[in-house]
Design a binder for this molecule. Structure first.
Ligand SMILES: *Cc1c(COP(=O)(O)O)cnc(C)c1O
Length: 430
């Protein structure tokens, strides 16, 4: 039903263990679309409401009974209330923060843990500093499998609270994220554990977000999809999902894919600007959008191919622009999202004068929930005052200068147009 190939050469590859990671080039799962076509009843498929298990026939899962699932619903596809209108776009948001652990990673973790289970893994191991760890620990718990998480020293434990609660065993290493990733790789090889993370099988779960989006738009694909990029794996997953739906005859034309990175972590954007197919790793990266702070994107080549193949583009936004977009999404759309997710909207706002997407049906992938990193908001916020529980004290605060100056909510795009560094201080203005 499927085979593993090297992404660059398209030659079949084989793992002698539970490590499905290429050394020089990433691996990919190639589904046999003809077999899938014959195994599903398209009319029935199209009339089934979207949810993760609907797409089992398109996943590399041998027996559906093994599927490690938390009964995932489709995440909302919300039409923009204000921002789209002002940008002149038919804008939608795919709210991926509504997945079980608060990010899209859960789609991939469900498939990875299922594969690990089917292959008889005794444990999984991965390197991460955030959402990947929370998601894998959750699904490993659901699969009743031990989960080892390797993180670089100095990662705030608050980030790992979800991992701890799901019973993930965390080890900190003296070194960087790359050192942690190398160690996870050797542990998996040495101990015969399943290596989880941004590898071939993860894409097979994450591609379902593309299927879902098409289903939710009643089999009309959007014209443009904007995806935040860290390792580039999710971008690759969207490309693969739209391509497979196209091969199944469920969409006419796969959408144009636009990838967004933070200025301080722009390895893929650098390659795009040089029209290169490969990635030059950055020495360091610097952005507050921690979920996309990746100096050496393991699936960068896949992300670039996705962008080139669909006539898309890659661009970068500053932390300032990300915070402004995060604030705007909260204030004007009622969507509190992670900074990495807000990068997508920041890019549309930044480039709106070029007008390249005007009038188009555009979906922004809001990859994670704002509650994942409350410190971003709290660090910028003014501490709420403590008052005596009487109306007089409230009125004293209500009538004070502090409130009149600080509480004025900037109107819509004002915050974006104010380009002076430091002029915008986001949630502090609430
Ligand atoms: C992992 C993650 C990303 C980046 O996705 P990649 O697949 O690494 O490109 C973006 N946003 C959130 C919230 C994430 O957790």
């Amino acid at each position: 039903m499927y085979r593993l190939v090297d992404f660059t050469s398209k030659q079949p590859v084989q793992a002698g263990d539970l490590v499905f990671a290429g050394v020089d080039s990433p691996w990919e799962v190639e589904m046999n679309i003809d077999i899938i076509k014959r195994s599903i009843n398209i009319d029935h498929f199209m009339s089934t409401p979207p949810c993760l298990s609907k797409y089992l026939p398109l996943m590399p899962v041998n027996a559906p009974v093994n599927f490690v699932s938390l009964k995932e619903h489709a995440t909302p596809l919300v039409k923009s209330k204000y921002v789209g209108q002002r940008l002149g776009l038919d804008l939608y948001f795919k709210v991926e923060g509504k997945n079980p652990t608060g990010s899209f990673k859960d789609r991939g973790s469900a498939v990875e843990m299922t594969v690990a289970k089917e292959l008889g893994a005794k444990a999984v191991v991965l390197a991460s500093t955030g959402n990947m760890a929370a998601s894998c620990a959750c699904y490993a718990a659901a699969a009743n499998m031990p989960c080892f998480v390797i993180v670089p020293e100095g990662v705030p434990l608050s980030k790992l609270a979800q991992v701890i609660s799901f019973g993930g065993q965390i080890v900190q290493v003296k070194g960087s994220y790359n050192d942690a990733a190398n160690l996870a790789y050797s542990i998996a090889k040495e101990k015969g554990f399943y290596l989880a993370g941004d590898y071939a099988f993860r894409v097979e779960g994450q591609k379902t977000a593309a299927f879902e989006m098409v289903d939710q738009l009643l089999y009309q694909a959007p014209e443009v999809v904007v995806v935040p990029m860290g390792c580039g794996t999710n971008m690759a997953a969207y490309a693969k999902g739209f391509k497979e739906y196209h091969q199944l005859g469920l969409v006419d034309k796969p959408p144009t894919l636009v990838g967004v990175q933070a200025q301080g972590a722009r390895a893929v954007v650098n390659s795009y600007e040089k029209k290169a197919a490969g990635i030059e790793p950055l020495k360091t990266c610097d952005t507050l959008a921690s979920a996309i702070a990746v100096p050496d994107p393991v699936d960068g080549v896949k992300a670039l191919a996705a962008i080139y193949d669909t006539g898309g583009e890659a661009g970068a936004v500053s932390d300032q622009e990300i915070l402004a977009a995060q604030y705007l999404l909260s204030r004007e759309e009622g969507l509190f999202v992670e900074t990495a997710s807000a990068a997508t909207v920041a890019y549309l706002m930044k480039t709106r004068e070029r007008g390249q997407f005007t009038g188009k049906k555009v979906v922004c992938v809001l990859s994670g929930d704002g509650l994942k990193e409350p410190s971003v908001v709290l660090n910028a916020a003014i501490k709420p005052p403590t008052i005596d529980p009487c109306e007089q004290a409230f009125n004293q605060w209500y009538d004070s200068d502090i409130l009149t100056d600080k509480a004025r909510v900037p109107t819509s795009f004002e915050i974006f147009e104010d380009t002076d560094e430091g002029a915008y201080n986001g949630f502090a203005q609430i």
